[in-house]
Design a binder for this molecule. Structure first.
Ligand code: NAD
Ligand code: WQD
Length: 343
């Protein structure tokens, strides 16, 4: 059934890719984004890909009157809540900004959802809620909340708890907590992708900028972990697979809170990822071994069997696909959305 969907943070990296999948599944998304970490150009490019206009409101979710007007204008069937600040290091430096933005936006949204009777909500959670993993691969039932090392991660953990409490208080809510592992890659068109405003914090965009010549070399944060080659292991998931996970979650309808890992089940080390990107780009990627990064864990990967079993979703794209698509985006758009459209 076609749904009118409020997509907060829809101009961002995961949001833009999800808009494409929503529209190809026949849904009608409406975007609210304050462009604090994105640009309207991203929405324009999605519109080119899908060949349709997407209603866009440049609004901060905490702006209650503006949000109420949007709820009045559209009759939403569901909300996908991507909006949030997400830089781990910045959250340590500016904890109040992170707590205010991420917590307040979600609380405002929940109030409005109650007021307007929108009972289906999909929330962007994160592997970070598992803190120090008690077991690998992680399962949805694995311990959460122990060893989270930064305010950003704590906002995700706290919000999961808030959402569970809300669902208990009103059993007609259908809330899905999607715990993303490490999103990478880009749409195959090469016209949208991750566009960090500064030097990237995350590995893959950093590697991509080294490959394109914007940065000199990759610093590999530690090679003395107990992993296959001593470097950190993560579960990198193609952003298009991740986007499709939201469509699958929308189609599944049962009251209560449902939690899914959106992951591939495979761990890839830093050196393996550098090698895969080098192959995809045909470029040499110089790297240097550096100190461990504070707060990092050795390995993190997850089983997504629950998502496959309940919502019929599983990751289909490989790390090779992700590197090829990220390279296409990076090489065609070395200046991200600030540069000309090339495809
Ligand atoms: P992003 O920064 O590209 O997108 C988030 C969007 O939200 C941005 O466009 C930003 O302008 C907007 N925004 C932020 N606060 C807002 C507010 N108060 N009101 C309106 N708009 C606001 O990030 P992303 O990578 O697309 O992540 C989307 C969501 O997924 C976030 O909640 C993030 O924490 C979560 N997540 C991301 C990752 C990752 O590695 N990318 C991993 C796990 C979870
Ligand atoms: C991956 C691996 C690094 C950069 C973070 C957040 C997490 C989530 C996704 C939102 C690690 C190594 C990295 C570099 C390196 N976001 N690395 N050199 O740390 O798994 O997850 O982003 O929820 O909350 O913590 O991702 O890409 O930063 O690091 O060697 O320049 O690459 O040590 O082993 P991480 P990442």
């Amino acid at each position: 059934m076609k749904k009118n969907i409020l997509v907060t943070g829809g101009a961002g990296y995961i949001g833009t890719h999800t808009l494409i999948e929503l529209i190809s599944a026949g849904h009608s998304p409406v975007v609210v984004d304050n462009l604090s970490n994105s640009s309207e150009e991203a929405i324009r490019r999605v519109e080119k890909i899908v060949g349709a206009e997407i209603p866009f409101h440049k609004v901060t979710v905490q702006d209650i009157p503006a949000m109420r007007a949007i709820f009045e204008q559209y009759s939403f069937n569901a909300i996908i809540h991507f909006a949030g600040l997400k830089a781990v290091g910045e959250s340590v430096a500016k904890p109040l900004e992170y707590y205010k933005n991420n917590l307040d936006s979600t609380l405002v949204l929940l109030d409005l959802a109650k007021e307007f009777g929108v009972k289906k909500l999909i929330f962007s959670s994160s592997a970070t809620v598992y803190g120090t993993p008690e077991e690998l691969p992680l399962k949805e039932t694995s311990r959460v909340g122990v060893g989270i090392t930064n305010p950003y991660g704590r906002t995700k953990y706290m919000l999961e708890e808030v959402l569970k409490d809300v669902a208990v208080s009103d059993p007609s809510f259908e809330i899905t907590l999607l715990r993303y592992f490490n999103p990478v890659g880009a749409h195959e068109s090469g016209t949208i992708g991750e566009d960090p405003s500064d030097i990237p914090n995350n590995l893959l965009p950093y590697v991509a900028q080294v490959a394109v010549g914007k940065l000199n070399h990759v610093n590999v944060f530690g090679n003395d972990y107990e992993t296959i080659d001593g470097t950190g292991v993560r579960d990198y998931i193609h952003v298009v697979d991740l986007a499709r996970g939201h469509v699958a979650a929308l189609n599944y309808s049962t009251p209560g809170v449902h939690t899914y890992n959106l992951a591939t089940g495979n761990g890839t080390s830093v050196l393996q990822l550098i090698a895969a990107f080098s192959k995809a780009s045909g470029r040499e990627i110089p790297y240097q071994i550096a100190e461990r990064r504070p707060g990092d864990i050795a390995a993190c990967y997850a089983s997504a069997a629950q998502a496959e079993h309940e919502i019929g979703w599983k990751a289909e794209l490989s790390i090779e696909n992700a590197c090829a698509d990220a390279w296409k985006w990076q090489s065609l758009n070395p200046d991200g959305y600030a540069g000309p459209i090339n495809a």
